[in-house]
Design a protein around this ligand. Structure first.
Ligand SMILES: *[C@@H]1O[C@H](CO)[C@@H](O)[C@H](O)[C@H]1NC(C)=O
Ligand SMILES: *[C@@H]1O[C@H](CO)[C@@H](O)[C@H](O)[C@H]1NC(C)=O
Ligand SMILES: *[C@@H]1O[C@H](CO)[C@@H](O)[C@H](O)[C@H]1NC(C)=O
Ligand SMILES: *[C@@H]1O[C@H](CO)[C@@H](O)[C@H](O)[C@H]1NC(C)=O
Ligand SMILES: *[C@@H]1O[C@H](CO)[C@@H](O)[C@H](O)[C@H]1NC(C)=O
Ligand SMILES: *[C@@H]1O[C@H](CO)[C@@H](O)[C@H](O)[C@H]1NC(C)=O
Ligand SMILES: *[C@@H]1O[C@H](CO)[C@@H](O)[C@H](O)[C@H]1NC(C)=O
Ligand SMILES: *[C@@H]1O[C@H](CO)[C@@H](O)[C@H](O)[C@H]1NC(C)=O
Ligand SMILES: *[C@@H]1O[C@H](CO)[C@@H](O)[C@H](O)[C@H]1NC(C)=O
Length: 802
């Protein structure tokens, strides 16, 4: 969960009356970084490499010294591996125009804010029974694979990251990451499970948002988010989740044998792109296999700046270097076109709700019962407790709104609340986060109530109630259903005796609350979570949707139990806990990163394209019951489309053996960039260092992805796909489920391919009828042992081309 948002004003220690507003910029240089040289001229030794890296870094220093006035800037980073450039903090406006005007400078980008995109899951995905045994058992699953986390750091004291004596350090010459030590992060923190840990804060410091007391100047996770994501992907197996003395079950990472490399570049407040870019540069230089990025910009970009942005560009080079980049799709759903992870070289992850549910029941004195939410203990004993509305047990001069939201212990009359269940209301204050359920719990414990009931405000209606998945130490229920709320009030009013002035004088309504901490495994699953960002993809400079399917694939993201930092300053709902139950595409992302590690272990030679293709072509479109997967929309469940879940819900056992894969190389991504309608081809050359072909017949829809998207089909469109055989002898036949209003033909209709050979498929899409909406279909390549599915998404602009 992360976002870039608008640039914030920052303070400057250098007083400059002309340019009071100091800013951070990322500057890319014309010269090549170390990575693009390694592909051509191999370094003789590590020492040569280091020398070259230092040369690039000092060339930046010399460049700055010779063009800029001393004191007008501070260099924060040199980027040397994937990008050749630097980040600087400037205090004078002239600096910018000088930089933009100097030869050797490729481009200048203002720093932007990044936001974090806020356990039973392994069983739900079928891991322990089917996959782990084949990969060397629980401890071996993912062995040898290094996952880099660009996040808020890690809590090295957590049981999810402890090493047993049997597991040793990674005996790899491939990974070269180091371990920074510092506050709360001793040298023993890197224990063989955690094999690298560094932190990047120059951008956050220069932007004035870093607070060393709160954010901690070391790889230590002072938030919790980074420990959560790392443990989902690669945490140890079978760790008991105990919160407030209650055992919620066991948690486990997807790939318990994978190694963790930590690159802390996000903080409680989010982060800055200048730090994230430095972290990615280091991670790829160190040799991670997979990058997990549960963060992104706060709004959906569009135009040339989208794909040619510093971070997107860098992630393209990371992909070229063989690193799979997995990123959260965003938490902007269910609105369409809300994906903030949009580049075709990135695997963008949607979030689902699994079949694990928590519900709480309240039983009234008249025998009626209602279900709601709240992970709370039951009321004591087999007895009923008196119910009292907050307004009826508070001093009369207190304002109604403060009283009803139960945020403050002060107005409550203690003898009237003692051992009673207090009714509070989910007022507007909760909507804008001036009130919280956590504060209600604190208030109720302080005043000595037996528990509380939160009812909905008829003026707000059945909105999504915030904070219901919070663990509570006091009996509680949130009646997030209008009918149940009114029924409770009806029962209360009928059993409360009032005097002439309306003051309650006798309370006879009673109820008890049952245990809300017991998980139930029920309902159709998976379901696309309402908050999960939806496609179609971003718009190009002509404000047309780009022909790439986003998101790519879906994994569990809702109510995920995983590791936390107990002394984090982050979320007040989970403060002090060693585990947190939280939701977001941030939580779905490390599921995919961990599963990708399992695939990488099984198929070490597979690149990012093959791994992504394998996960997509084998994903499930139907749930456990066999019915099509549904998506949470505004207030209902509707049939999910590829814009909700990409190719579908990850199917781990199938993803290990896809049969065929769709291959893509760097060259094709460049062709794609050159083909984006309205893009400035000169800026593509500037950005990637390769000129666009002059006669480019390549269309964005021709990029060899395991999906086909056509956002404006007029007449006929030919689309080419290549597939590679990665399995045994098999004959495939092609089956098409046509999108509405479209005729699709594929040549050949059946085929065989040579060992490691590839095959070309020619698809022709013909518009039959304008639909004024995207319609979806699929191409299925059926073999005896493999089924390869390719989602099709088409918008028929016009049925005729002439
Ligand atoms: C480049 O420098 C010249 C002269 O100093 C100035 O007039 C011009 O605006 C500058 N161009 C840019 C793009 O900053
Ligand atoms: C994965 O695919 C297999 C084979 O189609 C199927 O039996 C299984 O139910 C699917 N889902 C999961 C979660 O494994
Ligand atoms: C790594 O190497 C060390 C010594 O070279 C050895 O003792 C250890 O068992 C090896 N660990 C693994 C996991 O192979
Ligand atoms: C930094 O964080 C600490 C701990 O959260 C807090 O007490 C302090 O006020 C913060 N300092 C600033 C300048 O915000
Ligand atoms: C809540 O749980 C009870 C059993 O504890 C079950 O009967 C009821 O159907 C559940 N309600 C919902 C909405 O899932
Ligand atoms: C409300 O009344 C009580 C005494 O009845 C008094 O102590 C308190 O200050 C009053 N509060 C306000 C906000 O007027
Ligand atoms: C896929 O691989 C085959 C064989 O290596 C190659 O001929 C083809 O150009 C590749 N296609 C793409 C899009 O990379
Ligand atoms: C894929 O390659 C294998 C050999 O590795 C071969 O036996 C098989 O026939 C090929 N598959 C197809 C679909 O041609
Ligand atoms: C679809 O295209 C094929 C091949 O061009 C043609 O034979 C068929 O009639 C078309 N179907 C429709 C519904 O137009």
């Amino acid at each position: 969960m992360a976002l870039f948002s608008t640039f914030l004003l920052c303070f400057s220690t250098v007083i400059n009356l002309v340019f009071a507003e100091a800013k951070v910029y990322m500057v890319l240089m014309e010269d090549k970084p170390t990575f693009s040289l390694t592909t051509k001229q191999k370094y003789m030794s590590d020492k040569d490499y280091t020398v070259h890296k230092e040369q690039i870094s000092s060339s930046h220093t010399i460049f700055l010294e010779s063009h800029l006035q001393k004191g007008s800037y501070t260099k924060l980073y040199s980027y040397t591996h994937l990008l050749n450039g630097f980040a600087i903090h400037v205090t004078s406006k002239e600096v910018l125009s000088i930089l933009r005007n100097t030869t050797g400078v490729r481009s200048v980008h203002e720093d932007v804010k990044i936001e974090k995109l806020t356990t039973h899951t392994p069983d739900f995905l079928g891991l322990p029974a089917h996959i782990w045994p084949r990969l060397g058992g629980v401890e071996g699953a993912g062995e040898g694979v290094v996952i880099g986390f660009i996040d808020t750091g890690i809590n090295p004291n957590h049981p999810s990251f402890m090493t047993s004596s049997s597991s040793g350090f990674l005996n790899s010459t491939k990974f070269k990451g180091k371990c920074d030590t510092g506050e709360l992060f001793p040298s023993t923190a890197c224990n063989g499970k955690i094999i690298g840990a560094q932190y990047f804060a120059h951008g956050a410091i220069a932007n004035g948002e870093f607070n060393a007391t709160r954010d901690v100047s070391s790889p230590y996770d002072a938030d919790g988010h980074g420990s959560h994501t790392a443990s989902i992907a690669a945490g140890n197996h079978d760790i008991r989740v105990i919160v407030d003395g209650f055992d919620y079950g066991a948690a486990s990472g997807m790939a318990p044998g994978a190694r963790i490399a930590v690159y802390k570049a996000l903080y409680t407040f989010g982060g800055y792109m200048s730090d994230v870019v430095a972290a990615v540069d280091q991670a790829v230089e160190d040799g991670v296999d997979i990058l997990s990025l549960s963060a992104g910009p706060s709004s959906v970009p569009s135009g040339d700046s989208a794909f040619l942005d510093v971070l997107e560009l860098q992630l393209l080079f990371a992909t070229k270097a063989g690193v799979l980049v997995v990123q959260a799709a965003g938490n902007g759903g269910p609105s369409s076109s809300s994906v903030i992870s949009f580049s075709p070289w990135i695997t963008s992850v949607a979030a689902s709700i699994t079949d694990r549910k928590y519900n709480t029941t309240i039983v009234l004195g008249n025998g009626q019962s209602f279900t709601g939410t709240g992970l709370s203990p039951p009321t004591d004993g087999e007895i009923d407790y008196n119910i009292a509305a907050a307004a009826d047990v508070c001093v009369r001069n207190a304002t109604i709104i403060t009283v009803d939201s139960c945020q403050n212990p002060e107005p409550f009359i203690r003898p009237l609340v003692y051992r009673r269940l207090i009714i509070c209301t989910y007022t507007f204050e909760y909507e804008y986060e001036a009130a919280s359920i956590a504060t209600v719990a604190d208030t109720m414990m302080e005043i000595g109530a037996a528990g509380f009931i939160i009812t909905l405000d008829p003026n707000i209606g059945p909105e999504v109630v915030k904070g219901t998945m919070l663990t509570l130490q006091i009996p509680a229920i949130v009646l997030n259903d209008m009918q149940a709320s009114s029924a409770l009030w009806e029962y209360y009013n009928a059993n409360t005796i009032r005097d002439k002035r309306g003051q309650a004088v006798a309370f006879a309504a009673k109820a008890r609350i049952l245990d809300g901490r017991q998980a139930l495994y029920t309902g159709q699953a998976p379901v696309v979570a309402s908050y999960s960002s939806r496609g179609p993809d971003v718009k190009n400079a002509l404000m047309q949707t780009v022909d790439v399917l986003k998101p790519n694939v879906m994994a569990p993201g809702t109510s995920i139990w995983a590791a936390w930092s107990p002394d984090s300053e982050g979320d007040k709902y989970v403060k002090g806990q060693s585990f947190a139950l939280i939701s977001g595409t941030s939580m779905a992302t490390p599921h995919i990163a961990g599963i990708a590690a399992l695939i990488k272990q099984r198929h070490p030679k597979w690149g990012p394209d093959a791994i992504t293709s394998a996960m997509m072509t084998t994903a499930d479109r139907t749930g456990h019951s066999g019915a099509p997967i549904l998506a949470e929309s505004s207030n209902e469940l509707i049939q999910a489309t590829p814009f909700d879940f990409g190719a579908g819900s990850i199917n781990v056992s199938q993803a290990m053996k896809p049969g065929l894969i769709f291959n893509v190389t760097f060259k094709h991504y460049v062709q794609f960039l050159c083909a984006v309608p309205g893009i400035d081809v000169k800026s593509v050359k500037k950005a990637v260092g390769v000129a666009c072909p002059t006669k480019n017949k390549f269309k964005c829809s021709d990029l060899n992805l395991a999906s086909v998207t056509i956002s404006n089909l007029v007449g006929k469109r030919k689309v080419i796909r290549y597939i590679k055989n990665v399995s045994h002898k098999e004959k495939y036949t092609v089956h098409i489920k046509e999108p509405l209003g479209v005729n699709v033909t594929v040549v050949p209709e059946s085929f065989r391919i040579k060992r490691r050979g590839s095959r070309r498929l020619r698809l022709v899409f013909e518009a039959i009828e304008a639909t004024n909406a995207y319609t979806f279909g699929e191409m299925v390549l059926k073999g005896k042992k493999h089924i390869v599915r390719v989602p099709l998404a088409v918008y028929v602009g016009s049925a005729s081309s002439s």
